[in-house]
Design a protein. Structure first.
Length: 340
């Protein structure tokens, strides 16, 4: 005979697991009709509360998990710092781990999160492991996705408008007179890589830039891979006059490749990157950027988290999509010459 779970009750009543939990624990507001549906589902399914599970749930761990892609990523660590400051003010502690864009590592960390009985999870996902992410949510643990989506998962989300940022980056280069524009893109298995490439390709097509497929190169959100791809672009018989790089990490590889070829920015080639200002403060000439509002993303993620930890009532997931802004600096100029 199947063991009836709280998830079964929620499904039968057409409500969230959190709502069932509130009815069971008599804690938090639940409407009269909703409470009646939940009570009837409990009776119909003959659901028995697991006393041990309830006692474990009652013990506050004051631990919040945060899983990021790379601990070395300044952008992600800035967000983590803002969230940690908020958690400390609430008497909570943050456990930070990284999956390095490895799906199996992410699975292991998500399982660890469940074992640690964290009160909430902030996740910069690989885009995979939908089943385990959903399992965390089903355990009534609030999950906030930052930077990337997980297809099929509905939960609190805060992301950049990646498509818009890429489209506007290409549009700016085209407005300066660039036609042969190189693109170094990230991993297509996650929403960031996919959306940024789509925005760039659509802009190239709609603005009648060169459709040469040799100008579009993978960087895998990896410095070494980006270096190799940038070198290939620069060694083309007819190289690009400008390169758009889809994130900070890959831009490091791009800049090294340009330097190793003895080229000058922007005299020989223009560069624009999707990233944060702080990482490039010492780079000369100053990079033109499609900037990510780090402070705002961190603050809003922290507020979403605080609300989930402190508010008694259940409410629908909040989806925040923030438009990045083009910061024009010195790394882009009109092409010195035009290719045929």
């Amino acid at each position: 005979m199947k063991n009836i779970t709280i998830k079964d009750v929620a499904k039968h009543a057409g409500v969230s697991i959190g709502t069932v939990s509130k009815v069971l624990n008599e804690k938090g507001y639940v409407g009269k009709e909703t409470r009646k549906r939940v009570s009837e589902a409990i009776k119909t399914l003959n659901y028995q509360v697991n006393a041990n599970a309830r006692s474990l749930k009652a013990i506050r761990t004051k631990k919040v998990g945060m899983i990021v892609s790379y601990i070395s990523n300044y952008y992600l660590m800035s967000i983590a710092k803002t969230i940690e400051d908020t958690l400390r003010s609430m008497g909570c502690h943050m456990l930070v781990m990284s999956h390095n864009e490895n799906e199996q590592t992410e699975r292991e960390l998500l399982q660890l999160i469940l074992e640690q009985r964290v009160e909430a999870l902030v996740l910069i996902p690989t885009g995979a492991n939908k089943d385990l992410v959903q399992l965390v949510i089903d355990q009534n643990i609030p999950v906030i996705l930052v930077d990337k989506k997980v297809e099929g998962i509905t939960t609190d989300l805060i992301v950049d408008d990646n498509y818009y940022g890429s489209y506007e980056s290409i549009s700016y280069l085209q407005s300066l007179g660039h036609n042969r524009i190189g693109v170094i893109y990230g991993l297509l298995k996650n929403s960031v890589g996919k959306e940024r490439l789509e925005g760039a390709l659509d802009a190239i097509e709609k603005l009648n830039c060169s459709s040469d497929k040799n100008l579009i190169m993978p960087g895998d959100f990896n410095e070494i891979k980006a270096y190799e791809s940038a070198t290939e672009l620069l060694l083309l018989p007819n190289p690009p006059t400008a390169i758009y790089c889809c994130n900070n990490t890959m831009t490091v590889g791009l800049l090294k490749a340009i330097n190793d070829r003895g080229l000058s920015i922007p005299d020989d080639i223009s560069v624009i990157t999707f990233g944060d200002v702080a990482q490039w403060e010492l780079v000369k000439p100053p990079l033109t950027l499609m900037t990510q509002p780090l402070k705002r993303i961190g603050v809003e993620a922290a507020i979403l988290l605080k609300n989930r930890l402190t508010m008694e009532e259940d409410y629908s997931p909040i989806q925040l999509v923030i438009k990045p802004e083009l910061q024009i600096r010195s790394s882009c100029a009109k092409p010195a010459f035009k290719h045929s």
